[in-house]
Design a protein around this ligand. Structure first.
Ligand code: GAP
Length: 473
């Protein structure tokens, strides 16, 4: 397992991810995607979009980020989308009370104080309210990780939604929120999409878009951030069929990650033990990050909670009328909710590899290689003239321009060919095409495959179909 710092450093060095507003010292919990990051992001979204919407029963939408404030009352976010927070009076630092306790448990475990850790775990599992969190922190004298002080405020609820105002008057009546999940844009469009898409239950609505959460503790690079993207799908079904659809969607979503090259050992399901009040089954798909297992997607059976609440708050009927069986009902919802941002981080970690190789002169060196699926790789192919003369650059440029019509391609003439391969390996380019002396004689080029480093010589006319075939494998 590689360290997270190794991946963050490559991401910065090669232009995948930069700190937001870096020249001003950065903005906590916000990141920018550079030239390669944005390609990777786009490819992840494209694969998801194809897998989820290129079928008869799922329609796509793109809802606005700002929504009517009543949406968040109906969804429960105003009342319940909170984290318990506590402030240390000495350091003035703010923590999520549950995280503070969990990190203290980890510390106890690392010091082999297992009895105390177990006692604390039991107390944590019995928490009912903020007063219980506070009592644990005081009883166990949990210190501030920075100041070591045990002077704490009460535990208070902190709503994670970002607030702003619509229009020129900063008045409570004009308050709107940046959406904390894209799902609500789907629920409020249930009827519009069903009618205009001429869909019947079961059918789904899919959406990719930004979401914002004012997380108290951002951490682990892209894992917990304040501005991120989600790819969510709500599947509207007949009540009673939810367990069947749950199995279907959990398997499909798990396989999607495998098909895009995630290692089986790095993926697992983590069924929820404590269910949210609206759910009757839920599981996370977790990925093994360098810091441990973490959720990348949730599969939730949400019953009819959301549509019923929106029905109640909007006064509009959100039913499906089954004319065949003379039946009408508010559909149940099966949700698949993945993070694009967190998913990108998982794909970066999954792809990173180092291996020992021997160069042309017999020297051993370390090859850093990002083993992205060719479907996700930011750059699909690179074209190199072996030497920058003798007609090779002209020949190679022509090929490069032609490939650019279909793929994201790079052209590189600088340095020895081995160095050029290494540069592409480090960003995960699956195919490197070299134009050499023989190319000018017989119209062939070599294609070197990233993982095996094997080379094949093929006709220049066959290059495009070679790439297409290998991407769609
Ligand atoms: N509509 C359901 C929903 O939003 P969630 O479990 O809160 O469920 C779904 O979020 C996914 O969104 C997570 O699995 C994760 O990939 C991503 N996500 C949530 N909060 C995030 C954050 N602060 N930073 C990055 N990704 C986040």
């Amino acid at each position: 397992m590689f360290k997270l710092d190794t991946i963050i450093s490559l991401a910065k060095r090669r232009g995948f991810v930069f700190q937001s507003s870096e020249i001003y010292g950065g903005l906590n919990g916000c990141w920018d995607f550079g030239p390669l990051g944005v390609e990777l992001l786009k490819n992840i979204k494209e694969e998801w979009w194809k897998a989820m919407t290129y079928r008869d029963d799922i329609e796509g939408i793109d809802a606005s980020i700002l929504m009517h404030p009543k949406v968040w009352e109906a969804s429960g976010h105003i009342a319940q989308f909170t984290d318990p927070m506590i402030d240390n009076k000495t350091s003035r630092l703010r923590y999520r009370a549950d995280n503070l306790i969990e990190e203290f448990i980890d510390k106890l475990k690392s010091k082999k104080r297992t009895d105390k850790a177990a006692e604390l775990e039991t107390r944590l599992s019995q928490v009912q309210d903020n007063a219980d969190y506070h009592k644990i922190i005081i009883d166990f004298e949990i210190p501030c990780p920075v100041s070591g002080s045990t002077e704490w405020t009460e535990v208070r609820n902190f709503n994670l939604m970002f607030k702003t105002f619509i229009g020129p008057v900063e008045d409570v009546n004009n308050t709107v929120f940046l959406r904390p999940e894209s799902a609500q844009g789907i629920f409020v469009n249930f009827k519009n999409v069903m009618e205009t898409g001429r869909q019947k239950v079961p059918f789904g609505i899919a959406q990719i878009g930004k979401a914002f959460r004012n997380e108290i503790n951002t951490k682990n690079f892209l894992f917990r951030v304040r501005e991120f993207e989600q790819m969510e799908m709500q599947y509207f079904i007949k009540p009673g069929s939810e367990m069947e659809w749950f199995d279907y969607w959990q398997e499909r979503r798990y396989n999607w990650y495998l098909e895009l090259g995630m290692k089986k050992d790095s993926l697992r399901f983590k069924p929820h033990e404590k269910l949210a009040h609206y759910a009757n089954k839920a599981t996370d798909i977790e990925f093994l990050f360098p810091f441990g297992w973490g959720e990348i997607e949730g599969i939730h059976s949400r019953t009819d909670f959301d549509l019923k609440r929106h029905q109640e708050f909007s006064g509009k009927k959100l039913e499906f009328v089954d004319t065949v069986n003379q039946d009408r009902f508010v559909p149940y919802v099966l949700e698949t909710s993945g993070g694009v941002t967190r998913g990108l981080m998982a794909f970066l970690c999954n792809a990173y590899d180092e291996e020992k190789v021997t160069d042309d002169k017999g020297n051993e060196e370390t090859r850093v290689v990002m083993r992205f699926s060719p479907k996700l790789a930011p750059i699909t192919a690179a074209v190199f003239p072996l030497v920058n003369k003798d007609g090779m650059p002209e020949f190679a440029t022509k090929l490069y321009k032609d490939l650019q019509k279909n793929f994201k391609v790079q052209y590189d003439t600088s340095g020895a060919i081995g160095r050029r391969y290494r540069r592409q390996d480090e960003i995960g380019t699956p195919f490197c095409i070299t134009v050499d002396g023989q190319s000018l004689e017989d119209n062939t080029v070599t294609i070197r495959e990233r993982d095996s480093m094997n080379q094949v010589r093929i006709s220049i006319d066959a290059v495009k179909s070679y790439i297409f075939d290998n991407i769609s494998k």
